[in-house]
Design a protein around this ligand. Structure first.
Ligand code: B12
Length: 467
């Protein structure tokens, strides 16, 4: 049977690489194949050890330089087709350089066709690749493939191939408010909005496709029954967009006896929040709502999100969510072109409001395939070459490399960071430990492991709290 190694480059995230697990489940449904996911280990050694007939690496732009060097190292060890998939190659299809093929956009069906070709021909010829939609080869890019619809055709991600027990289902803070065992989930793909800073829409198209309520609740049930998970971070760009489906999810959770048993964290959009939505989310078991609020200034907000949302809607949404008893997190972007002291003060005021429990501070970052990328390019801050240092795009705190704003942000940044820390400290005091966590801690396997790694415990605890 043909064997494929899929490689995740992220060595630190506590979120499982579900994109790879979806690819694996789709392939397994449609062909005889052995898939291995190489993750959180020595990636070169692990991939070589798996003796694959083909290797697929997933990379966001920040990970592209690492993907290239891994591909070069693999070339020395293996004579098999090397594929690159994910957000970077989709935005920059000519960056296939060190790979045999780039898989553009949604990967499931394209990868299936490429793997069938490899199986039939015992290798990958550039000529035959030209017959497959959605690929980038050397010197050509084929027609973009349509999206899979309905997405229920994609089976649940193959979590059995992921290191769920020893890596992903260890206690952590899924949000700021609770220390417990939980995991991530997708119930839809895509977002119809086109925010300046986000490249999600360039990838998934402006259409949003939903999994049915039956599919979603079935996956939750599987996670509860098989993996004993009771907390879920729903990573969808827009979870609560479809009211009818939300209502069905609430009802089906009830029918399965899961209401009150499971808790969720979900992302919302301020212009889509109202009493009806909050009521359903509450009944579903949502504990925390996260919003990309971005700014408290109308001018900056409309630069970032067009006319799709107003500052008043931001305030109303967080106020309403608090009224319903949700924890509220707000993500903000500073360092925007044209931003003035007054704009920053308005943002600070929203951030500091009692309706927001936890804040995430970001610096405006240009991502390939967005207008902002072209803007940064025109300022000479970034370029399209495969040799550009894309790791620089991984910005968690202030970096001057491609600062796009006009003000000297350093002083303001300190001011914002202080607020971020203050809110975090307040939340630590409220941190609760749930039963799943206590069970895990008193589990003999954990105690044995802890005894062997006593000296690493302080670092582990620090990492957990750093999120
Ligand atoms: C979850 C997530 C994360 C998680 C990732 C956890 C994990 N282990 O996967 C975390 C929190 C770690 C994260 C971090 C960051 N993220 Co992020 N993230 C996302 C998010 C919300 C969902 C990604 C996802 O899992 N989608 C679901 C699955 C089904 O899709 P997928 O992973 O893309 O996989 C599909 C295809 O890409 C393709 N595919 C992917 N890999 C491969 C490999 C092969 C071989 C093949 C054939 C196909 C293929 O097929 C899959 C199935 O269709 C997206 C937004 C979005 N809606 O896409 C942003 C997104 C991917 N992130 C983004 C960014 C910018 C970041 C950060 C740089 C942010 C920052 N400043 O810190 C960091 C980078 C971290 C790093 N280490 O370098 C950008 C990427 C843009 C780009 N050009 O790379 C996105 C698109 C959001 C945005 N703002 O535009 N992120």
């Amino acid at each position: 049977m043909i064997r494929l190694a899929l490689v995740s480059l992220n060595q630190t995230s506590s979120d499982p690489p579900l994109g790879l697990a979806y690819l694996a489940s789709y392939l397994r449904k449609n062909m005889e194949i052995d898939v291995v996911i190489v993750d959180k280990e020595d990636l070169l050694a692990g991939t070589v050890r798996s003796k694959p007939d083909a290797v697929g690496i997933s990379a966001m732009s920040t990970e592209y330089p690492v993907a290239r060097s891994l591909a070069r190292a693999l070339r020395q060890e293996l004579e098999v087709p090397l594929m690159l998939g994910g957000h970077h190659i989709t935005a920059m299809p000519s960056h296939v350089v060190d790979f045999d093929v780039g898989i553009i956009g949604e990967g499931e069906q394209t990868l299936l066709e490429v793997m069938c070709l490899i199986e039939m021909d015992g290798g990958l010829s550039q000529d035959k690749l030209k017959l497959i939609k959605g690929v980038a080869g050397h010197g050509f890019v084929t027609e973009r493939r349509g999206l899979i619809d309905p997405i229920d055709a994609i089976p649940y991600p193959a979590r059995d191939l992921l290191r769920m027990k020893d890596v992903y289902l260890v206690p952590r803070r899924l949000d700021f408010s609770k220390f417990s065992v939980g995991t991530t989930l997708f119930t839809s793909r895509g977002c119809p909005y086109d925010c300046t800073f986000c490249s999600s829409w360039c990838f998934w198209g402006r259409k949003i496709r939903f999994h049915s309520a039956g599919y979603v609740v079935g996956e939750i049930k599987e996670l509860v029954d098989r993996w004993h998970v009771k907390e879920f971070l729903i990573y969808d760009d827009l979870f609560a967009m479809n009211l009818k489906r939300l209502e069905d999810i609430v009802n089906k959770l009830g029918e399965e006896g899961l209401r009150g048993e499971v808790e969720f964290l979900a992302l919302g959009r301020a212009n889509l929040i109202n009493d009806k939505v909050c009521d359903l989310l509450k009944r579903m078991g949502v504990r925390t709502m996260g919003f990309g609020l971005e700014s408290g200034s109308e001018k900056t907000l409309s630069f970032l999100k067009g006319k799709s949302v107003t500052v008043k809607q931001n305030w109303d949404a967080v106020r309403l969510c608090k009224k319903y008893g949700f924890n509220v997190t707000g993500s903000f972007i500073i360092g925007n072109p044209g931003e003035t002291e007054e704009d920053l003060e308005q943002t600070y005021k929203l951030m500091a409001s009692p309706y927001i429990d936890f804040i995430e501070l970001n610096q405006l970052t240009p991502l390939p395939a967005t207008e902002l990328w072209d803007f940064a390019k025109s300022k000479g801050l970034v370029d399209d070459s495969p040799d550009f240092d894309y790791t620089k795009l991984f910005v968690t705190h202030f970096k001057s490399d491609f600062y796009l704003g006009d003000l000297d942000i350093k002083t303001y940044h300190k001011w914002f960071e202080k607020l971020e820390v203050l809110k975090r400290q307040k939340n630590y005091r409220r941190l609760t430990i749930n039963l799943a966590f206590l069970k895990w801690i008193f589990n003999p396997a954990f105690i044995k492991k802890a005894m062997r790694h006593l000296n690493e415990i302080p670092t582990y605890i620090r990492n957990v709290f750093r999120h």
